[in-house]
Design a protein around this ligand. Structure first.
Ligand SMILES: NC(=O)c1ccc[n+]([C@@H]2O[C@H](COP(=O)([O-])OP(=O)(O)OC[C@H]3O[C@@H](n4cnc5c(N)ncnc54)[C@H](OP(=O)(O)O)[C@@H]3O)[C@@H](O)[C@H]2O)c1
Length: 299
């Protein structure tokens, strides 16, 4: 019987994967590392024995790897500790999955690319600008080279009511604070439930390969923040346009980034959401003009 192990189910993408699997009545087991949530079991991908025991006991047919350390500046500052989780942890997963005939679905990123000529399709050669980007590329290499059955799903700027960015945006706007929006970081923001649905549909098909699964609209972070502010009932004019160079971010970012989605749309037989539709879905249940409930924020 099909069963999915979601590694990193206490995080943003993983929690939506578990919810999407539950909504289909599919059997899922989710893990957390440092933020326990009801129903999840502890797992550190660095602990091979613990990892192998979980897979031996639960016998998943698919493993979604949405666990790891995705903070780009933190990776830049801590290349070795983050390599251990983001790359060696994925190697552990691949080896354990192979021992148990389990398919690996690995979450990757637009940060593989340099941001000169986005949005990027699945064929474009990678050229990362940051430690995080190199770690994602190295982990992809492990998955594509050594996993018996695998999918790589690349995504970009994932958002949901529980995401750090959306919580921070709503809280700042509710306090009447001005918020900086980057005009020169362009991407294809992705609504987390839409990503989770696409990933699960892909995972349930036969076949291997690399798929982009992101929002379908190319937009700056500034325009995205304005659209979200408006949808939450705030004045979008308090978003102040700034350039990346003004922020002194530790790691370099791909500026003209984003991903194309034709391949995934053909494979799953539906369109990926654009920003307006994703933000509409996100705000449908949120009270207007109020701060986010950051107690529900995922790590
Ligand atoms: N968010 C984005 O915009 C974005 C864009 C492109 C790609 N991605 C990729 O998508 C994946 C998921 O991202 P996300 O936004 O969901 O991240 P997230 O919210 O930070 O969640 C990360 C998850 O990984 C778990 N984790 C951390 N260290 C671990 C370890 N040593 N062993 C096992 N699990 C560990 C965390 O558990 P605890 O919280 O319990 O510690 C959490 O459940 C990442 O691989 C990321 O690179 C994300």
């Amino acid at each position: 019987m099909a069963k999915t192990l979601v590694v990193g189910a206490s995080g943003q993408v993983g929690s939506h994967c578990v919810a999407a699997l539950a909504a289909r009545n599919d059997i899922a087991v989710g893990t957390y590392k440092s933020h326990p949530r009801p129903g999840l079991i502890p797992l550190d991908v660095m602990d091979r024995e613990q990892f192998a025991t979980i897979v031996r006991e639960h016998r998943p047919t698919t493993m979604i790897l949405s666990g790891g350390l995705p903070e780009v500046d933190y990776c830049e500052e801590h290349p070795q500790t983050t390599y251990a989780v983001n790359v060696i942890g994925v190697r552990n997963a691949v080896e354990i999955a192979n021992d148990h005939n389990c398919k690996v679905v690995y979450l990757s990123s637009e940060y593989l690319f340099d941001g000169d000529t986005g949005p990027y399709d699945e064929q474009t050669p990678a050229n990362p600008l940051s430690v995080y980007g190199w770690q994602k590329l190295a982990a992809e290499h492990f998955v594509a080279s050594f996993a018996r059955d695998w999918l790589i799903v690349r995504t970009a700027v994932v958002y949901s009511l529980e995401s750090r960015f959306v919580c921070w945006l709503r809280s700042s706007l509710a306090k009447g604070e001005r918020v900086k929006g980057l005009i020169d970081q362009i991407s294809t923001p992705t609504y987390a439930p839409d990503l989770a649905d696409a990933m699960i549909r892909l995972a349930q098909q036969d076949g291997r390969g690399v798929f982009n699964a992101s929002g379908s609209e190319v937009i700056s972070r500034y325009e995205f923040a304005r659209t979200a502010a408006r949808a939450f009932g705030f004045d979008p004019n308090v978003i102040v346009p700034v350039k990346t160079a003004e922020l002194n971010q530790r790691a370099r970012r791909p500026l003209n980034g984003g991903l194309t989605v034709e391949k995934v749309e053909t494979a799953i037989g539906r369109r990926m959401l654009d920003c307006a539709a994703g933000i509409r879905a996100m705000t449908a249940s949120a009270p207007r003009n109020q701060a986010g409930d950051c107690a529900k924020m995922v790590s």
